[in-house]
Write a protein that binds this ligand. Structure first.
Ligand code: MD3
Ligand code: FE
Length: 213
């Protein structure tokens, strides 16, 4: 019988050499993931960081795991402490780790062992301009990203900021694994459109799992 409430099965879409979207891969875990996001934020609140250039980021961030990505007047770095509050980051929930490790394995990256998870929170208008992620020590390790809540237009380009970009919509439950030659591609998020998501309210959340050290 047709079940209108059946959950979609995940499917994969190759994006580029070393990069794959696992569509809806995190959908069945989404409510539990959002619950953990709320717990982490209760310990270490989302915070609009100030870039070394003095700009307040429109994306609010926090972290969990042994290391967290931070920015301050000294630059960008992974650190064991939250420089906003001076405390250790909350531990990486088992569900987060299991999801990241199994998605990496599905994409062909066995033995991924993340020590950092950056949590990004987007409100309407929030964006991430084109950048490369290269503060991690071993760039042979992939990054796994999990999108939750409102949809966003993701932009990915080449290896120079001025290279042409492609746009992809990332939706609730989508996972992207970036490794191999795609690891150093420029990428960003266009300004978030306002909306209300049934599970996440007026926000988009993105979790990125990294091997930082
Ligand atoms: C491609 N986050 O936190 S996730 C970031 O949706 C970041 O919040 C975006 O870029 C977000 O650094 C994009 C997809 C993503 C994450 C890491 C990548 C794409 C990537 C690293 C290398 C290449
Ligand atoms: Fe990035």
């Amino acid at each position: 019988m047709l079940d209108l409430f059946a959950e979609e099965e995940p499917w994969s879409e190759p994006l580029a050499d070393g990069a794959v979207i696992l569509r809806r891969r995190a959908l069945s875990d989404a409510d539990a993931l959002l619950e953990q996001v709320a717990k982490i934020a209760a310990q270490n609140p989302f915070h609009h960081r100030i870039t070394p250039g003095g700009h307040r980021m429109s994306v609010a961030m926090t972290n969990c795991g042994d290391l967290g990505w931070t920015t301050d007047s000294r630059g960008y770095q992974y650190s064991e402490q939250d420089n906003a509050g001076g405390t250790r980051w909350p531990p990486m929930p088992t569900l987060f780790r299991q999801l990241a490790v199994s998605c990496a394995a599905e994409a062909g990256f066995a033995n991924f062992n993340p020590d950092a998870c950056l949590l990004n929170r987007y409100e309407p208008g929030a964006k991430l301009t084109l950048h490369q992620d290269k503060d991690e020590r071993d760039l042979r390790q992939p990054i796994v990203s999990v999108s939750l809540g409102l949809p966003a237009v993701f932009q990915f380009g080449g290896f120079e900021r001025s290279d042409a970009t492609t746009r992809v919509l990332l939706e609730h439950g989508d996972v992207v694994v970036w490794g191999g030659p795609s690891r150093l591609r420029y990428h960003g998020i266009l300004p978030l459109k306002p909306g209300i998501h049934p599970q996440a309210g007026a926000f988009r959340f993105n979790l990125t799992f990294r091997r930082a050290h």
